[in-house]
Design a protein around this ligand. Structure first.
Ligand code: LP5
Ligand code: MN
Length: 253
């Protein structure tokens, strides 16, 4: 029995119909069988504000999420660096509970800490400065007071700048920082961490003075290419943690 599912970085957007369809299939066939589903950020390519919920494309997604929560699946949301503007209208449309990160919980006998993962990329000074700015309530209020079309244009500009900046950054800088991860384990007293953002799916195990620590990194999704990628993590009632591929099968390595 699946106690909880974790998924992130699907980057849902209208221009990626196969990814969208695959994600909707995941909700229908897999998420529906879990007691809890954790959406760990960047489910959407971007989120311009909850007033975008009227868009037919986004309605299709929120309706599918609503169907899950109506069926008794507990939905939880952690914002990513692209969709941190998701707010209470999204929560009421979908029935999801919005969580602040880091979120610490107990699942399947594990003490688990959940984050999107961007805040732990502390070597990326340019991003950290950008993050501090856009997470300020005043900035967000000002941004949200602009017309939706203008917000989308600004986001498109930010996306271009982000792509250009990233092409100049090293692989190491764009990963999480080991010290930031240690500090998060320490502060949360967790022994298990699940996050996304880096698009570097893996299981990292460490020995620490406080016992073994495990950090699972979720994959990003893209099914609109020749070799589709994506997947999720499941915790079953026995406490086992499974990395699952798009075909619903456990990854073995
Ligand atoms: O997103 P991705 O994968 O390209 O890279 C991320 C970091 N970049 C970002 C920026 C987002 O992509 C932009 C879209 C955000 C939409 C949210 C809503 C807008 C709200 C605005 C106000 C409240 O997150 C990237 C990291 C990378 O992950 C890996 O961790 O490196 O960081 C950057 O690229 C930051 C740059 O170093 C500097 C900032 C570029 C953007 C500057 C925008 C200035 C305004 C432009 C207006 C036209
Ligand atoms: Mn991200």
């Amino acid at each position: 029995e699946t106690v909880a599912l974790f998924v992130s970085d699907v980057h849902l957007q209208e221009s990626m119909p196969k990814t969208t369809e695959t994600f909707l299939g995941f909700l229908q066939h897999h998420a529906s069988r879990a007691r809890q589903v954790y959406l760990l950020g960047d489910l959407f390519e971007y989120w311009a504000g909850d007033d975008d919920l009227e868009t037919p494309y986004l309605q299709q997604i929120t309706t599918a999420l609503r169907r899950l929560s109506d069926a008794g699946v507990a939905l939880f949301w952690v914002g990513g660096n692209r969709d941190f503007l998701v707010s209470k209208d999204f929560a009421s449309a979908t029935g999801a509970t919005l969580l602040d990160e880091p979120y610490v919980t107990n699942i399947g006998g594990h003490r688990l800490v959940l984050v999107h993962g961007d805040a732990q990329c502390t070597d990326d000074a340019g991003y950290m400065a950008f993050r501090t700015q856009v997470r300020q309530p005043q900035w967000q209020q000002q941004f949200l007071s602009m017309p939706l079309a203008q917000r989308k244009a600004i986001i498109a500009g930010m996306r271009d700048q982000s792509r250009a900046a990233n092409s100049e950054k090293s692989y190491e800088i764009m990963d999480v920082n080991a010290k930031a991860i240690d500090e998060l384990f320490d502060a949360s007293e967790a022994e298990l961490m699940i996050h996304g953002h880096t698009h570097r799916p893996a299981l990292h195990r460490y020995a620490s003075p406080k016992g073994e620590r495990q950090r699972y990194v979720l994959p990003d999704w893209d099914c609109d290419i020749e070799s589709p990628r994506g997947g999720w993590i499941a915790i079953t009632a026995d406490g086992a943690i499974h990395r699952i591929g798009l075909d619903g099968r456990e990854l073995t390595e």
